[in-house]
Design a protein around this ligand. Structure first.
Ligand SMILES: [Zn+2]
Length: 169
């Protein structure tokens, strides 16, 4: 089922997420819905709070034939070396700005079969893992952009927030 994507200004994006205790039909359905919703929106990643669920889950599809379903992620390492690259977010439509992040990360998570997976990542995968994990900590990429860029997008963000709050009623 395709869900509505929550937008900037929705309080659900600013709540901490709970760990998942076990895999069950509810979680499996949620994972399927998240993948379907991400594909429908032409996104490469989607975190559970973006469809209104405050659980530590995100999905990624970087177009490499491997759809990652990530539960209870934990970073084990961040490289000191950083990279700056443009990011966008399905919850912050129309805004693309550069964000500085660690070039390489090592992450541990549970997959949809409840197996522990450890991955080392760089490039787009490293960036996407950090962006999606931030959602689970109630952080959005626009929180991390340079002050000058932030000033440039601040009126856009205010407008987006107003629209979201109006829609929520
Ligand atoms: Zn995002």
């Amino acid at each position: 089922m395709i869900h509505k994507i929550r937008k900037y200004g929705d309080p659900v994006l600013r709540k901490e997420c709970d760990r998942v205790e076990k895999i069950d039909d509810e979680i499996l359905e949620l994972l399927d819905d998240m993948v379907e919703t991400m594909h429908d929106a032409n996104g490469i990643g989607l975190a559970a709070p973006q469809i209104g669920v405050n659980k530590k889950i995100f999905v990624l599809d970087l177009g490499d034939g491997h759809i990652r379903k990530v539960i209870n992620p934990e970073f084990l390492e961040f490289s000191d070396e950083t990279e700056e690259n443009e990011e966008g977010c399905l919850s912050v439509p129309g805004i693309y700005k550069k964000v500085k992040r660690s070039s390489k990360v090592k992450i541990k998570y549970m997959n949809e079969k409840w197996e522990e997976v450890t991955e080392e990542a760089e490039g787009l995968l490293s960036r996407a893992l950090q962006h999606e994990n931030d959602h689970l900590d109630a952080v959005l990429f626009v929180d991390k952009i340079a002050p000058v860029a932030k000033r440039i997008v601040s009126s856009k963000l205010q407008k987006l927030k107003k629209e979201t709050l109006k829609e929520l009623g």
